[in-house]
Design a protein around this ligand. Structure first.
Ligand SMILES: Nc1ncnc2c1ncn2[C@@H]1O[C@H](COP(=O)(O)OP(=O)(O)OP(=O)(O)O)[C@@H](O)[C@H]1O
Length: 617
């Protein structure tokens, strides 16, 4: 396109009729200039209150062109919101390419312009997979450096107003994670953090437990200097860092020990030896605002937990507003990333982090009372974000430790071996049921019932799947509280009762989230939520091998119905206890081994926040 002096004069006029706000920043809602957009042509760029938009000046616009009779699709975006933008930067004097639209496909680039330019970095959603976010960069050029500088300053001022975004992050990289790609994965995403001007302190781990040690020993002041911690690795690595943070800082009462529960059940006239579904109501006239796990002596575990230990550290309260976890997937399964972003993609995860997305996550506190049948009672606490499993799940993880060299394939290999052995395990399980139908007297019964219906709806199609802006997870905001929180979703003892189950199980699992992954595309529980305050207890009773295979096949099938079998018990519960009747004591917590003959677990609703926005499913 020919250019003349008049055009140049016009280009130098940026329309700056913009009002200033109190900070002296220009609220550039009416700022616009003529600039060149790389590979598109001359545009009028406008700075709106929520982003940039541009209009092509040339006549052929966005209509596409043809090459040897084939229509080329040159549709280009014409706006980007600040919320989708993570950086803007001046670039060196150089070429701005002419539009490909309106010229023949065999024409060369001889008429490119030489000028100053700046790049706007953001993302767009993949057309075929909306959960997958791809980098999008728009380069605008102008012959005056000052014009480019002015635009960079204005866009930067708008980006600085995106207050949710992190500025300083602690990053742990597991070099051997998954297929041994941890460092390469970090190198791939590090430029995104650098462009977004986020400071990162990067620690490449030297051994298992390294990140845990750093997280437990880090001072509160250093911890508070970060907006969050990012893990580059798998679910097990994330679990290690989660435990490093929580083990020394989160003070909460234990759930009841199975032994306490047996005694208390005895006092109430029934015992775990009796057959299933005998129940114990927790009648208490406690204050509504007290947590039932705290107030009821039945639930005070070993007695080591009491009200005063529940006071949170004022310097680093949990849950807290600012500190978030980020996960860049580089592991073998990456179920947490898949459930929280919808894609197993390092770039997508990095974008969720730099754009300051926020999501609350339930965390399970698992207390081991006895490691083996003969060991003495010694409570040991672990936290899990995605899953705790016994039997089949424990055996697979325990066997697969020997085959780490195989990478992610070890799970298929060991899974097949364990399946062929078809071992079952005798155990006693008691779980807390939330009985909303007993809440007639409650003023908000309707709301509760609606919520429970949504959670417990009998038909799969009626169930609400957890997704971006999930209404179930957002029912009660829990991340805002900084004092001692009510961590579980139930606050009234009238709603709760204990149920129990004893028998031979192929597996016992507690899913904290759906656990979607490549081997189970809908997850273990399709409608599990990220922050509803429930565990999904799945007990697979001993059954013929063929039936178990059918269950596993349904798990592996998109749209399958793995819970719809007679031998499968599925309960939503905030807490359960477990005692092995045999000698087997291997649990799998977020993909990591945990020796436990007797344990209890409870879920804390929205205990941590993640840099993520939920899957768009
Ligand atoms: N440098 C290291 N060398 C060996 N092990 C490490 C190192 N850093 C961390 N680990 C340990 O490796 C374990 C597995 O890490 P990660 O989850 O990233 O791998 P993975 O391949 O996805 O395995 P999994 O499926 O068990 O989660 C973690 O428990 C962690 O403690």
């Amino acid at each position: 396109m020919e250019r003349n002096e008049e055009d140049d004069v016009a280009d130098n006029r940026a329309h700056l009729a913009a009002p200033s706000n109190d900070d002296g920043d220009i609220e550039a809602s009416v700022l616009s200039s003529n600039l060149f957009l790389d590979y598109v042509g001359e545009v009028v760029l406008t700075h709106n209150s929520d982003g940039l938009s541009w209009k092509l000046l040339e006549t052929f616009k966005n209509e596409g062109s043809t090459c040897l009779g084939i229509k080329l699709d040159h549709k280009v975006p014409d706006e980007i919101k600040f919320s989708d933008m993570y950086a803007v930067e001046l670039t060196d004097y150089g070429s701005i390419h002419r539009s490909k639209v309106g010229k023949f496909c065999f024409e060369n680039e001889s008429h490119d312009y030489e000028m100053y330019s700046f790049k706007v970095h953001g993302f767009k959603k993949s057309r075929t997979q909306p959960c997958l976010w791809v980098l999008a960069t728009y380069t605008f050029g102008h012959k005056d450096l000052s014009m480019c500088e002015m635009w960079v300053n204005h866009v930067n001022a708008s980006l600085n107003r995106q207050v949710e975004r992190p500025k300083n992050l602690l990053v742990f990289v597991h070099p051997l994670s998954g297929k041994g790609n941890g460092c390469r994965t970090w190198e791939m995403v590090a430029p995104i953090f650098a462009r977004a001007r986020i400071k990162t302190k990067v620690i490449v781990t030297q051994r298992a437990g390294h990140a845990f040690d750093v997280m437990t020993s880090i001072t509160i002041n250093e911890l508070k200097s970060y907006d969050g911690v990012v893990t580059v690795g798998g679910d097990g690595f994330f679990n290690e860092i989660l435990n490093g943070l929580l083990s020394s800082r989160y003070k909460a009462p234990y759930p009841p020990a199975p032994s306490d529960f047996v005694q208390s059940v005895g006092i109430n006239g029934c015992s775990l030896d009796h057959d299933p579904n005998e129940t114990v109501s927790e009648n208490s006239d406690q204050n509504e605002d007290e947590d039932p796990l705290l107030a009821n002596p039945l639930l005070n575990g070993s007695g080591s937990s009491n009200l005063h230990t529940y006071q949170q550290d004022a310097d680093f309260p949990l849950p807290n507003e600012w500190f978030r976890f980020g996960i860049i997937p580089a592991g073998s399964t990456d179920a947490i990333v898949l459930c929280t972003t919808g894609a197993r993609d390092p770039i997508t995860s990095a974008l969720h982090i730099v754009l300051g997305k926020r999501l609350c996550l339930d965390i399970a506190q698992v207390v081991r009372w006895r490691a083996t049948a003969t060991s003495k009672v010694e409570p040991c606490v672990r936290y899990a974000a995605s899953f705790a499993g016994y039997g089949f799940y424990g055996d697979v993880i325990s066997d697969s430790e020997k085959y780490r060299w195989m990478g992610p394939k070890r799970y298929d290999y060991c899974g097949t071996k364990v399946f062929l052995k078809h071992r079952s395990y005798e155990a006693e399980i008691a779980y807390l049921e939330v009985e909303s139908e007993n809440t007639n007297s409650l003023p908000d019964r309707g709301r509760l019932l609606n919520r429970v219906r949504a959670l417990w709806g009998p038909n799969k199609s009626e169930r609400l799947i957890c997704r971006t802006n999930c209404i179930i997870c957002n029912t009660k905001p829990v991340c805002t509280s900084t004092r001692s929180t009510r961590p579980t979703p139930y606050s009234r003892p009238e709603e709760t009762r204990w149920l129990k189950s004893k028998g031979c199980f192929l597996s016992v699992g507690a899913a904290i989230m759906s656990n979607r992954n490549e081997r189970a595309p809908d997850g273990l529980v399709i409608d599990a939520h990220l922050s509803d305050g429930f565990l999904h207890l799945i007990m697979i009773k001993d059954c013929p091998r063929a039936s178990y295979l059918w269950h596993l096949t349904e798990l592996a099938r998109k749209g399958g119905n793995p819970l719809n079998f007679e031998f499968v018990e599925h309960h939503k519960t905030p807490a359960f206890t477990f005692t092995s009747s045999g000698n087997e004591s291997v649990w799998n917590l977020d993909g990591e081994l945990f020796q436990a003959h007797q344990l209890s677990a409870q879920v804390f609703r929205g205990l941590i926040s993640l840099f993520a926005s939920g899957p768009e499913v």
